[in-house]
Design a protein around this ligand. Structure first.
Ligand code: NAP
Ligand code: GCO
Length: 263
């Protein structure tokens, strides 16, 4: 079953220094890829390299803010000179701001859109020419439950992730003829820094209301772990998915299929 092997491939995971991106970077390496990641500071890159080394993962790290088109282009050029063509791009870098929309500043809204929706466009635009020339490539965009559902306080994030779903489908439509597959992964609720505020214990030591709500709303009755995303990503990065294009693979423990437990 070497159709799942990534041997000899070069993979770039944006924001791969921690959280979901860290596990995905390690998972792609374990599947045989040479892996590259970026973070916004040298300290973050160094911290991640130390953690990767401790796990026996030989990763290359770059300081790059994915909203900076020149920096993105420079990263791709350097990687392609030093390691060879980028075969797999994982648009993972992302932020969230939880603010009631009527109280959200325009600058806050724009920052979320810039990182979660404009940056995936910039990174895909940077790798597409090489993929087109080679007539092969994999782009995986990390979407969200909020690509399908709304909830209070996450208007900017839901707009960005809804847009990312359609950007995924449009890249698939526009570049499928070059044997480039662009798909999305829609994680459910995953235990990382980004969702830590939704799990932290209340002052009286009780469970966070959202934590209880979420586990009741998930057939698997648990939060996802970053490792739950590795298998789906290896699939969408490998030959095994060469005829899968424009698909959003939800890895959510069944949330989107479930009306929720009667309380
Ligand atoms: P996280 O732990 O906060 O990590 C976010 C990563 O994105 C960090 O590595 C961060 O790097 C990087 N990043 C943010 N802005 C950046 C920028 N402008 N330039 C470069 N890197 C940037 O979040 P996470 O939970 O792993 O989320 C990763 C992705 O999964 C996001 O797209 C998120 O929307 C999505 N997602 C998360 C969940 C969940 O439940 N956790 C569910 C669905 C989707 P720095 O070190 O530079 O800050
Ligand atoms: C939130 C959470 C979610 C998750 C994820 C769900 O505040 O609702 O942060 O948005 O991060 O995107 O798939």
């Amino acid at each position: 079953m070497d159709i799942f092997s990534l041997q000899g491939k070069v993979a770039w995971v944006t924001g791969g220094g921690r959280g979901i991106g860290f596990s995905m970077t390690a998972g792609l390496a374990q599947a045989g890829a040479r892996v590259v990641f970026n973070a916004r500071s040298k300290a973050s890159v160094q911290q991640a390299l130390t953690a990767f080394k401790a796990q026996g993962v030989d990763a290359r790290g770059f300081v790059c803010d994915v909203t900076d088109e020149q920096a993105v282009q420079a990263l791709v050029q350097q990687v392609e000179q030093e390691l060879g063509p980028i075969d797999i791009l994982v648009n993972n870098a992302g932020i969230i701001k939880r603010v009631p929309m009527h109280e959200m500043a325009a600058e806050e809204y724009r920052e979320v859109i810039d990182i979660d929706l404009v940056a995936p466009f910039l990174c895909a635009k940077a790798v597409l020419p090489g993929m087109m020339a080679r007539r092969a490539g994999k782009i995986v965009n990390i979407c969200s439950m909020m690509s399908e559902l709304g909830r209070e306080t996450v208007s900017a994030y839901a707009a960005a992730k809804g847009g990312l779903k359609m950007l995924t489908r449009n890249i698939a439509s526009e570049y499928g003829g070059y044997n480039i597959q662009c798909n999305g992964i829609g994680p459910g609720y995953i235990a990382t820094e980004l969702t830590a505020p939704l799990r932290e214990r209340q002052p009286d030591g009780s469970q966070h209301p959202f934590d209880r709500f979420l586990t009741d709303r998930t057939p698997a009755a648990r939060w996802g772990s970053t490792d739950d995303l590795v298998g789906p990503l290896v699939f969408l990065s490998s030959r095994a998915s060469d005829f899968v294009n424009g698909h959003i693979l939800y890895v959510d423990g069944g949330i989107l299929a479930y009306i929720g437990k009667q309380s």
